[in-house]
Design a protein around this ligand. Structure first.
Ligand SMILES: NC(=O)C1=CN([C@@H]2O[C@H](COP(=O)(O)OP(=O)(O)OC[C@H]3O[C@@H](n4cnc5c(N)ncnc54)[C@H](OP(=O)(O)O)[C@@H]3O)[C@@H](O)[C@H]2O)C=CC1
Ligand SMILES: O=C(CO)COP(=O)(O)O
Length: 351
């Protein structure tokens, strides 16, 4: 597989939300960037204002609504759109994508494709055949082979404020990890490499569930001991389900696992944590989602993981309790009591 990259090529970013804009600005410190926005109106608006998701745009960023232009101009492309939209986006871009492209996504969610357009039903067991990570979606929908992901404690607001952070670029290909490192690393952003692509992707997806749980604990005012209990048992739950879905335990104790878990479970700027806090205050999930401008991936992930845990017979009490709260099958108080009574066995039985 030959690469047609040159150090002068612009780099593509798909999605001009909070994180896509942060990544575009960071890349623009080193190279020209083409930022793809969903509609021509949005692209024009961003270009006119030179601002996206509340962030000023670097002068080396060009905004477009033309996927062909992105594919023809850029060898390396960072898709950063919500998980529910990535398959459709890659499908539309696929005629222009070639095996020489490198795609490194920053999305923290699953794709679900059910037969006959059936809707996800969290009470129905769901196997891995229908649930894909974003790298799997990219490979299914295009001829791209060299795929990677970017995952770690990367709250967009802190990065936009130029605070220090680190992340992981995971891929089976060293050249993907090297490309990610060379393009993104700077004096305030460290990039580690990991060859366990699925494991690192699963970390980024699964920690959002626990962040919602941490938000509930915070909203109820239950204190730091209770939150530490939730985070550490949440980590074990992530590992159990992660192992069932094909992840390696090692990824979970790294920056993309425990690192992102700590950041997201501690920050009132996390959208998932905020969902949990608002649930604890008695708001309904429908009202919370409708009033949020940004994506909280964990809500959808709870329903998906609940179905996966039924299929693989994995004990996921935190996911189950949150599913019951969201679907109004339990009050927040009852869910807390349920978790405190849950019969745990050995503390560490996954190593
Ligand atoms: N924000 C953060 O701190 C971090 C987010 N992430 C992950 O990044 C992903 C994106 O999150 P984030 O940037 O915060 O999202 P936001 O909720 O801020 O925005 C989503 C953006 O995606 C755009 N979009 C949706 N569908 C498409 C499409 N088909 N084509 C092009 N653009 C599209 C939306 O466009 P429009 O405005 O037209 O609706 C919107 O600009 C999520 O999976 C998230 O978990 C990862 C690390 C940190
Ligand atoms: O993934 C994130 C930080 O690493 C962002 O978390 P939220 O989507 O909860 O804001």
């Amino acid at each position: 597989m030959t690469s047609k990259s040159s150090s002068k090529d612009p780099v593509g970013v798909l999605g001009a939300g909070s994180f896509g804009t942060v990544i575009a600005n960071m890349l623009a410190e080193k190279t020209d960037v083409i930022l793809y926005a969903r509609t021509p109106e949005r692209a024009k608006n961003i270009n006119d204002k030179r601002e996206s998701s509340g962030q000023a745009l670097h002068e080396r960023i060009t905004v477009t609504n033309d996927l062909e232009l992105v594919a023809k101009s850029c060898n390396v492309i960072f898709p950063v759109v919500p998980s529910a939209n990535l398959r459709e986006l890659i499908r539309r871009m696929s005629p222009y994508l070639r095996p020489y492209h490198i795609l490194i996504h920053g999305t923290k969610g699953f794709d679900v494709s059910l037969p006959d357009n059936k809707q996800l039903n969290a009470n129905r067991p769901l196997s891995r055949d229908y649930v894909k990570t974003m790298s799997e979606v990219i490979m299914e929908e295009s001829s791209v082979v060299r795929v990677g992901c970017l995952a770690g404690p990367n709250l967009a607001g802190e990065m936009a404020a130029r605070q220090p952070a680190a992340s992981v670029v995971a891929s089976h290909f060293d050249e993907v990890i090297n490309a990610g490192q060379q393009l993104l690393k700077n004096e305030r952003f460290l990039i580690y490499g990991n060859s366990d692509l699925i494991g690192v992707e699963l970390c980024g997806v699964l920690k959002n569930i626990i962040a919602i749980g941490a938000g509930v604990i915070h909203g109820l005012g239950l204190g730091e001991n209770a939150k530490a209990l939730l985070i550490s048992r949440g980590m074990v739950e992530m590992i159990y389900i992660g192992q069932a879905l094909g992840g390696n335990t090692k990824a979970f104790i790294g920056l993309a696992g425990v690192g992102d878990l700590i950041a997201t479970c501690s920050s009132q700027h996390s959208r998932n944590f905020t969902v949990g806090t608002r649930l604890a205050k008695g708001e309904k999930i429908k009202d919370i989602i409708e009033s949020m401008e940004e994506t909280a991936e964990g809500v959808r992930t709870i329903e998906i993981v609940k179905s996966l845990s039924e299929f693989y017979k994995v004990r996921c009490p935190i996911t189950e309790a949150l599913h019951n709260i969201i679907n109004e099958e339990m009050t927040v108080g009852d869910a807390t009591t349920y978790l405190m009574k849950f019969p745990f066995r050995a503390e560490i039985d996954f190593l």
